[in-house]
Design a protein around this ligand. Structure first.
Ligand SMILES: [Mg+2]
Length: 187
């Protein structure tokens, strides 16, 4: 049975990055801050979430590093830009955790494995996975959240993804701002 979204205090929000916060680049990676483009409404959504969730963390697979297409320093620059723009818009991302590993590396940190979630809990001991939400745009994100016992939210409307997630998905919204607006209606 689906668990219920609530705006009560003490909840953590885990967010995927590409396709949720910024526009995905088809068959490529965001390798430079100039290529990082916020999806419409995301900064406003993060401003709303920052009043509801603590912490707000990003968990993202970035195998462009493992493939040698960008460096850790370049990725840090991209995330610095992301964090500063979010904060200028009144929002908050408390930490970004990423996996640089390749898809076929059997990595423990690459979603849908749970390593990034455990790293986040190590940095923020107040996190309880049963009081956490994972929002992402792929089956891998939903499986990651499900494995950790989180409430799961798919961001997107693709039928194929929705049907693959059936059974382990609690909610879906077309985009992050629709998800954020849902909380405003709860209040
Ligand atoms: Mg994604």
């Amino acid at each position: 049975m689906s668990r219920k979204l609530t705006s009560e205090p003490g909840w953590t929000l885990f967010l995927d990055r590409d396709g949720v916060i910024n526009t995905r680049i088809p068959d490529d990676y965001v390798k430079h801050p100039d290529e990082f483009e916020f999806i419409k409404g995301v900064k406003e959504a993060l401003a709303i979430f920052s009043h509801i969730f603590n912490p707000v963390v990003v968990v993202t697979n970035q195998q462009g590093i493992g493939r040698g297409l960008m460096t850790h320093v370049q990725l840090d620059q991209i995330h610095k830009k992301m964090l500063s723009e979010v904060s200028s818009a009144g929002g908050r991302i408390d930490a970004v955790f990423y996996s640089p590993d390749l898809k076929n590396s059997r990595s423990f940190t690459r979603k849908p494995s749970v390593g990034l979630g455990l790293k986040a809990k190590k940095q923020f001991p107040s996190i309880h996975f049963r009081k956490s939400i994972m929002a992402g745009d792929t089956y891998s994100d939903i499986l990651f959240g499900h494995r950790l016992g989180m409430l799961t939210v798919l961001i997107g409307t693709e039928k194929e993804v929705l049907s693959r997630c059936a059974g382990i998905l609690d909610y879906s919204f077309p985009d992050l701002i629709s998800f954020a607006n849902y909380f405003q209606e709860l209040e």
